[in-house]
Design a protein around this ligand. Structure first.
Ligand SMILES: [Zn+2]
Length: 321
């Protein structure tokens, strides 16, 4: 009896959880950007989505109107997400001087685990498999490359600004490379702005940026979540004005959970481009960003279309906290 009851309630909860028409979370998608209706072809509408950015979309009120795409906030979209079910991440050994190395690797683990271990969701597994000597983000040039998915700490302000879309007020960002046709993420690297910010891992520290909540936010981008309009969400673009809020952001809020669980429903299988076989192996990466001086996180995402790099789109948003 109890089992039945739980099943019933879980199903009901699911209905609410995945009714994204009333939600605050957003997914990254393959949709082209626009600034006005004139940028969109016939039948498409220039609609505002996350971070006040606009995209050319077919309007919808349900998935049935989207011909294989998904109806997300009133527009038919192909989400940007991982098809692989198991991903690996490497952490740069060049860490912020204020954070001990033996703290860093478990901290990165913790940031990903906050999303991976959500009960009842099909978020890809992420394993932090060691270190990289790389001190810069990397971008694959073909879909056949294995993702390296690195977390790097950029110590030089000029090198930070060299990252597409980066500004000095961003705490971190995630660069995602995806297949523009299918939305499959092929690589995602997180870069932390160690040139402009000091970081802390202490619960009660007020002097630095809370590194765990920043990494958890970036990990959300890594999986394909854009910024949420829910101010209590980990994926809110600006947070951190008070200590309790920063600590709270280390754990995904209800809106974040709904966002990622719905994103990882009915995911197509990964197809190995070299063999044509399916199966999950490596992969992972995401980009998020911080802004608002010492008090805010904002988002910056660069989507690098692998098939056609010339179609590279850079979406930048910064919320002033
Ligand atoms: Zn962000």
């Amino acid at each position: 009896m109890m089992t039945k009851l739980l099943t019933c309630c879980a199903a009901l909860l699911g209905l609410f959880a995945f009714d994204n028409s009333a939600s605050a979370y957003f997914w990254y998608t393959t949709a082209p950007r626009c600034t006005s209706q004139a940028d969109c072809g016939s039948g498409l509408t220039c609609m505002e989505m996350h971070d006040s950015l606009k995209f050319c979309l077919t309007t919808c009120s349900g998935d049935g109107e989207c011909g294989g795409q998904i109806c997300h906030h009133g527009g038919c979209v192909t989400p940007t997400r991982w098809f692989r079910t198991e991903l690996t991440v490497k952490v740069s050994t060049t860490v912020p001087q204020e954070v001990a190395w033996d703290v860093m690797e478990p901290l990165v683990h913790q940031a990903y685990d906050a999303w991976v271990d959500l009960p009842g969701c099909n978020v890809p597994q992420v394993d932090v498999v060691g270190t990289t000597a790389s001190t810069a983000i990397t971008t694959p040039t073909t879909l056949a490359e294995e993702p390296d998915n690195i977390v790097v700490f950029i110590k030089d302000s000029q090198r930070w600004r060299d990252i597409p879309g980066a500004t000095n007020t961003q705490i971190a960002l995630t660069i995602i490379a995806h297949n523009p046709e299918t939305g499959e993420i092929a690589d995602a690297d997180i870069a932390v702005n160690d040139a402009a910010f000091a970081f802390t891992t202490e619960d009660d520290a007020t002097a630095g940026v809370d590194l765990l909540s920043a990494l958890t936010h970036e990990a959300g981008h890594f999986f394909g979540l854009a910024h949420s309009k829910d101010v209590d969400a980990t994926m809110a673009p600006g947070y951190g004005s008070d200590l309790s809020r920063r600590i709270q952001a280390r754990d995904p809020a209800t809106d974040d959970v709904q966002g990622i669980c719905s994103l990882y429903q009915n995911v197509p299988p990964h197809v190995d481009p070299t063999t044509g076989g399916t199966g999950g192996s490596d992969g992972g990466g995401c980009a998020g960003a911080g802004d608002g001086g010492a008090t805010g996180l904002a988002g910056v995402l660069a989507l690098l279309g692998l098939v056609a790099v010339r179609r590279r789109r850079v979406a930048v948003s910064a919320r002033r906290a």
